[in-house]
Design a protein around this ligand. Structure first.
Ligand SMILES: C[S@@+](CC[C@H](N)C(=O)[O-])C[C@H]1O[C@@H](n2cnc3c(N)ncnc32)[C@H](O)[C@@H]1O
Length: 261
């Protein structure tokens, strides 16, 4: 192969393994243990999805995998009766996906409830570590309404969680996204919504499994300890459960105990 062809292979699609290797070495030098993924994923070039990401300035962000999985999980609840909710709304990107799915599932005429202080995080607990501070992630309600300007059937429930939950205590839910970063509001949200889910409904906890949100992970495990449903931890962070779907503990993958016997 000529030198020119070799260079063009090295830079084009056929040269991807080489560039990935270079990226891997650079990444490992900067962040030891960092794991890359193969970029030949269909959803990375899904144009409607990328336009959605652009709308919230997220195409180059770190959250795109979790956005995609929510978009997919919502498909599982298409025949599940109930309203939807998001606890922790920020700019509205999670609610937007839910609202678009609700338009598709219009048989159920769902209302979407958005719970947020619209003043950022509440005071972190000792369980939350030191990563977050009160007031982080503040986004004004007007800005969220602007971002959702072409969406309908939602209600913004401004207030500190759980102060406004009582207003929806008599409703049933098909899909709930909990994304409040901290122990207390995660615990209160999960404890409130879990018994109000229709069988087959899904709860996603965005912060589950993040070292930056130890309180949120602990809250989930505390609430689910004695129930049949457990969080299924997703590979890019966050977890979900399906109401009424008993979930086994993870299998023991480390066989060293076997060899010790
Ligand atoms: C990570 S952001 C939510 C991101 C959003 N779910 C998304 O998909 O883009 C966390 C949100 O939780 C809200 N929040 C945190 N603690 C809260 C509390 N105790 N009561 C009400 N809202 C709270 C913050 O105001 C912030 O908007």
């Amino acid at each position: 192969m000529s030198f020119r062809r070799r260079v063009s292979h090295a830079l084009g699609d056929r040269g991807l393994p080489l560039r990935l290797l270079a990226l891997k070495h650079i990444a490992h030098a900067l962040i030891p243990g960092y794991r890359l993924k193969y970029p030949q994923l269909d959803w990375w070039s899904n144009e409607p999805f990328n336009q959605y990401l652009d709308r919230f300035y997220e195409r180059k962000g770190h959250n795109t995998d979790r956005r995609w999985i929510i978009h997919q999980l919502l498909r599982l609840t298409t025949n599940v009766a109930g309203d939807t909710a998001e606890c922790g709304v920020f700019a509205g990107a999670g609610s937007y996906l839910i609202l678009r799915a609700n338009e598709r599932d219009n048989l159920h005429k769902r209302t979407h409830y958005m719970f947020d202080s619209f003043e950022g995080l509440s005071q972190p607990d000792t369980a939350d570590g030191s990563y977050w501070q009160a007031g982080d992630m503040a986004m004004a309600e007007d800005a969220v309404r602007h971002n959702l300007r072409d969406c309908s059937n939602y209600v913004a429930m401004k207030g500190w969680i759980p102060s406004r939950f009582a207003e929806v205590a008599g409703r049933r839910f098909s899909f709930v996204h909990i994304d409040v970063d901290l122990y207390e509001p995660t615990r209160d949200s999960l404890a409130f919504f879990l018994p109000r889910m229709t069988a087959g409904g899904i709860i996603v906890v965005d912060d589950y499994g993040f070292a930056t949100c130890p309180g949120a992970s602990q809250a989930v495990d505390d609430i689910l300890r004695h129930g049949p449903e457990k969080m299924l931890a997703m590979p890019d962070g966050g977890g979900f459960l399906i109401k009424g779907q008993a979930t086994a503990d993870g299998a023991q993958l480390d066989s060293s105990t076997h060899y010790q016997k």
